[in-house]
Design a protein around this ligand. Structure first.
Ligand code: ZN
Ligand code: ZN
Length: 48
């Protein structure tokens, strides 16, 4: 997966462990990556 802004490869979000730290029910709510599980080192997770 790559950033839609800069097309650099995305990194697993440290806030939610790449989206694997989803809560009970499997619904991920992470403000750091905007619940995508991945972040861009340049743009963070709010690139969508
Ligand atoms: Zn980016
Ligand atoms: Zn996250």
């Amino acid at each position: 997966m790559e950033c839609k802004k800069c097309h650099r490869p995305l990194h697993d979000c440290s806030g939610c462990n790449g989206g694997r730290a989803s809560g009970i029910g499997g619904k991920l709510t992470c403000s750091k990556c905007n619940s995508t599980g991945v972040v861009c080192s340049q743009h963070g997770g709010h690139w969508k």
